[in-house]
Design a protein around this ligand. Structure first.
Ligand code: UD1
Length: 416
């Protein structure tokens, strides 16, 4: 198992190129299940979660070739099962459910179960499929769904679920009649998926708003499309610049996807300027502490909560960070405290009292974004930090240590 070792204290300078978004690539890859045609997708990031998706799809008989550009052909689907072994390592495997029921009339997908950041149920995915006429049974830890042909329905999501919206949007493309998704999630990744589906011949309106209308067609074709840049990776590097007194160019990102973060970072004193192909991001003279509340898009993303907490832990005052999307997403707090951070959890909020310095320590990654926050803390800590269990970070960040190293950080990956 690998660990990451960081000697802190180096300001970051230079350019970093942002990769394709994990959370956009995963649903787009599963969308290939909807057609017999071949799909070509560009800007696919090299991540463990992408490899897990390939295993899942290959297991169904899907042919996949390529790296950053992939060709996917689901000409023949030999089985429509997503087994527990794959689903347990990546909850987003649930994204095969909608496409399989729509194209094959059946799917058997393992229930994801709990995970480090909360219970994360999939009841809204299931209810929406039932609203569309599918019969769904939960048996032996699996969701077993069948439908001759799904029927358009008026669906109301209790919460704006991202993968739920994606799953049902995909399912509805091949349903009979029109489906309306109310209180749909509005993340940029949903727009990316809708654009891909439209390229395949789907009829979709309103992606990016909270009401999405999909009129079903009888079949979809192959398509060619690109994955949008990863706004969470971009945000992680932006915060790193602010923490290390750095000055970097974050290239290939889409500033429109980062508005909530840019606003917040400017309040902390950072300077953020649009440049050709991205953003110039520079630390301020002092880190002003700010309050943060996570919300569905376009609010502040929960996937950057751990990283901004690492930043606020060296702020000049008091910061209240409130998590409203997931109930148990403070796993990074105890690790940050081992590095000298002063944080108290009160219900869904973390009270962060800025300290003058963090100190290197042995730490353990607990989930994907928590690992990123530990790397950020390590970049400014006095001394050496070891972060173990880095497989969490490889799920969602492409070459993270190489990218930080190219910006001047003293960071290495080592065998444990
Ligand atoms: C997606 C992202 C993840 C991000 C999250 C919130 C992917 C692959 N993952 O996860 O990185 O942190 O959005 O922005 O895109 N909920 C239910 N029932 C359901 C579904 C969700 O109660 O059936 C709840 C969840 O527990 C959570 C909230 O809805 O409290 C939002 O979750 P959701 O948007 O579904 O997260 P994911 O799609 O799993």
């Amino acid at each position: 198992m690998d660990k990451i070792v960081v000697h802190g204290g180096k300001p970051l300078h230079g350019d970093v190129q942002i990769s394709g978004a994990k959370n956009a690539a995963l649903p787009v890859l599963t969308a290939a299940l909807l057609t017999e045609g071949t799909c070509t997708f560009h800007n696919i990031p090299d991540l463990v979660d992408i490899k897990t998706t390939y295993k899942l799809l290959r297991n169904m008989g899907v042919e996949i070739e390529g790296d950053s550009t992939v060709q996917i052909s689901a000409d023949k689907i030999i089985n429509s099962v997503a087994p527990y072994d794959l689903v347990k390592t990546m909850r987003a495997s649930i994204l095969v459910l909608g496409p399989l029921v729509a194209r094959m009339g059946k799917a058997r997908v393992s229930l994801p179960g709990g995970c480090a950041i909360g219970a994360r149920p999939v009841n809204l995915h299931i209810k929406a499929l039932q609203d569309m006429g599918a019969s769904v049974e939960l048996r032996g830890g699996y969701i077993e769904a069948t439908a001759d042909r799904l029927k358009g329905a008026n669906i109301y999501f209790d919460l704006p679920t991202v993968t739920g919206t994606e799953n049902i949007m995909m399912a509805a493309t091949l349903a009979e009649g029109t489906t309306v998704l109310n209180n749909a999630a509005r993340e940029p990744e949903i727009i990316n998926l809708a654009d891909v589906l439209k390229g395949m011949g789907a009829k979709i309106n309103g992606a990016g708003t909270d009401v999405i209308t999909i009129t079903g067609v009888t079949s979809l074709t192959g398509t060619e499309a690109s994955i949008i840049p990863d706004r969470i990776e971009a945000g992680t590097f932006m915060i790193a610049a602010g923490m290390t007194q750095g000055d970097i160019n974050v290239l290939g990102c889409n500033p429109q996807h980062l508005e909530a973060l840019i606003n917040k970072l400017r309040d902390t004193g950072m300077k953020i300027t649009p440049i050709d192909g991205g953003l110039k991001v520079a630390a301020g003279r002092k880190i002003h502490s700010v309050d943060v509340k996570t919300l569905p898009h376009p609010g502040f993303p929960t996937d950057l909560q751990a990283q901004i907490m690492a930043y606020m832990s060296i702020g000049s005052g008091l910061s209240v960070i409130t998590e409203t999307v997931f109930e148990n997403r403070f796993m990074h707090v105890s690790e940050l405290m081992r590095m000298g951070a002063d944080i108290t959890i009160q219900g869904g909020s973390a009270i962060v009292r800025g300290v003058p310095a963090l100190y290197g320590a042995q730490t353990m990654a607990t989930d994907l974004r928590a690992s990123a926050s530990l790397i950020l803390a390590a970049l400014v800590a006095e001394g050496t930090t070891e972060i173990s269990r880095v497989y969490h970070i490889d799920r969602g960040y492409e070459n993270i240590e190489k990218k930080f190293s190219a910006l001047g950080a003293d960071i290495q990956r080592m065998k444990q």
